[in-house]
Design a protein. Structure first.
Length: 163
């Protein structure tokens, strides 16, 4: 097992993911089954700088931000494994993502990610986000793992420092 004590709060999540406010979109992890599945929480508040605010309309969380929140929960699942702690995870792509309902300030989004395929350096996760038990977003996301040092592993690839 990963050796982590649940639930994981915001500071524990910061020790796993490189993201920081305002780009860290996960508030808490409530369930974690290594190499299998994870459940996290995103609380949407009126103070979020990401909200879409059109005149005369209720502010909503943009689907791209919701997709990123699902990806971050999946990244926590992969990076919580001791063998992956010193690696970075790169978002590879999304397939069959559907946005089914808008998400509003005051909503608590329950995000679940399940491993669909996992290899040593790449894989796929199935993710879903729910509000009050209703699916608001779901899809498949691919990822790749790389070194945290920023050095290329491919022979002949340029060694570019990270800024």
């Amino acid at each position: 097992m990963s050796g982590l004590t649940l639930p994981l709060d915001y500071s524990a999540i910061e020790r796993i993911l490189p993201h920081r406010y305002p780009f860290l979109l996960v508030d808490r992890i409530t369930e974690l089954e290594e190499d299998t599945r994870i459940v996290g929480i995103k609380n949407v508040t009126l103070n979020e700088r990401h909200l879409s605010r059109l005149p005369g309309e209720r502010p909503t969380l943009p689907p791209t931000i919701l997709t990123e929140a699902v990806a971050q929960v999946g990244a926590i699942l992969i990076l919580s494994k001791p063998a992956n702690r010193e690696k970075l995870i790169f978002f590879g792509g999304i397939e069959r993502v559907r946005f089914r309902h808008p998400v509003y300030p005051g909503d608590t989004v329950i995000i679940e990610a399940r491993v669909k395929r996992l290899r040593s350096r790449m894989g796929q996760l199935e993710g879903s986000a729910r509000v009050n038990g209703v699916v608001v977003c779901d899809g498949v996301m691919s990822f790749a793992l790389g070194p945290a040092t920023g050095k290329a592993e491919t022979p002949g690839a340029p060694d570019t420092p990270r800024t």
